[in-house]
Ligand binder design. Sequence first.
Ligand code: HSE
Length: 379
Amino acid sequence: MNIALLGFGVVGRGVYDLVAPRSDIRVTHVLCRRDLSLPDATVTHDFQEILLDSSIDTIVEVMGGLHPAWDYVRDAILAGKNVITANKAMVAEFYDELIPLVHQKNVLFRCTAAVGGGIGWLSELERVRRCETIRKVGGIMNGTCNYILDSMTQRGLTYTEALSQAQHLGYAESNPTTDVDGIDTWHKLIISSNIAFGVSLNKHQIPVCGIRNILAEDVALFRSHGLCCKLVSTGQMQGGHFSAYVQPTLFYDDDIESTVPTNYNLITLEGNTSGRQSFYGQGAGRYPTAYNVVQDCIDFTQNHGFYSIFQGKVDICNDNRLQYYVRGSSDSWLESHTAETWGKAAITTPVTVEQMHAWCAKYPNVFMAALPERKDIQC
Ligand code: HSE
C-alpha cells in the first residue's frame, strides 16, 4: 500500500512515525507547505503530482480545514484513489456528497480518527451494526471542553484560566471557539449518528450550545447540589424519529461521566440487545489519533471500506422534554417556565430541547445546562 500524506502537522508526523517500521504500508509522498526533507518519501507542494501518480493508491488527509482538504479528497476519489481522513469538519460538512461518491466510485474510505482520537469508536459502531440496531449515541467528545470543565470543578480554576491551560497543552483547535462553542462536538455527533443510524441527519436542524459563558459561580452551585457539568452530544433514533443536539449537561457526582478527567472522552452507545456500552480514552493528541489512521490503513489492506450504508437525509425533531439550569438573562417565557431558582439561575419546568435552544439563541450571554435525566439512560 502506497500512501500520500496530505499534511505533516501533529497527526501527519505521527502517522509517518507509526508507519515507518511496517513493510505493508509505505508513505511515499508528503504534501506539505513547508520545505521539508524526508529520507524515504518525496515531499511536494503540488497536489497534482500526487493525483497523477498511479503508484499512490491511498490518500491520507490530515491537513484539516474545509478547503482545500475537501477539493483534494474529492479529486482523489474521482481519480479512483482510496481515502483516509481525520478531518471531522470536512466529513460532517460534505457527508451527503462524500459518501455517495465513495460508493459510486467504488473506493475505500474511512475516518476513524475523526471522532474520539485514539478510541476505536466508529469502527465499533460498524461492528455493532452487523447484528443489531443502535438506538442512541453520544457523550463527552471534546477534550478541550472536558479539560476546562474538569479544571473548574476539581481545581477551582476560572474559565479563562482553564481555557488558556488547555491551549497551552495543545488540546484546543487552532481556533478554540470551535471547541468551546460545541462545533467540534457537533461535527463528531453528526458523523457518529450518521454511521450509527445509516442515514444523513439534517445538520442544520441539530442545535448546539457550548460552554463559553460558564462561570465559577455556576460550578459552585452545581457542586453544592452534588452535580458536575459536562459538554455532551446526544443522537437518538426511535422508530423513524431522530433527535440530536449538543448541550452542557449535569450529571450526578457518582455518574461515570462525572469521573472523566482532563482531556479524556467518554462516548456511549445503546444497542437493542447489547445495551449500553461506553468507550473511554484520549480523544486527541498525535499518537492516539495517528494510531486510528494506521488502523484504517490496515483495514484497507484487507479491502475493508466504509462503516455503514447511506440511506439518505432525515429530519430532526427535538421534542423530548428536559429541565434546564439557565443563568444570564430572563424574559416572560423563562419566568412562565421557571419551577424554582438556584441563586441567580432559573430551573425550568420540563421544556422541549427545541424550545430551550431556540430561546438561548436569542440571548448570547446565557449559560444553560440540562438537568440529569433518569440515571440509567443518560448518554
Ligand atoms: N480539539 C479537539 C478536542 C481535538 O479538544 O477534542 C480532537 O478532535
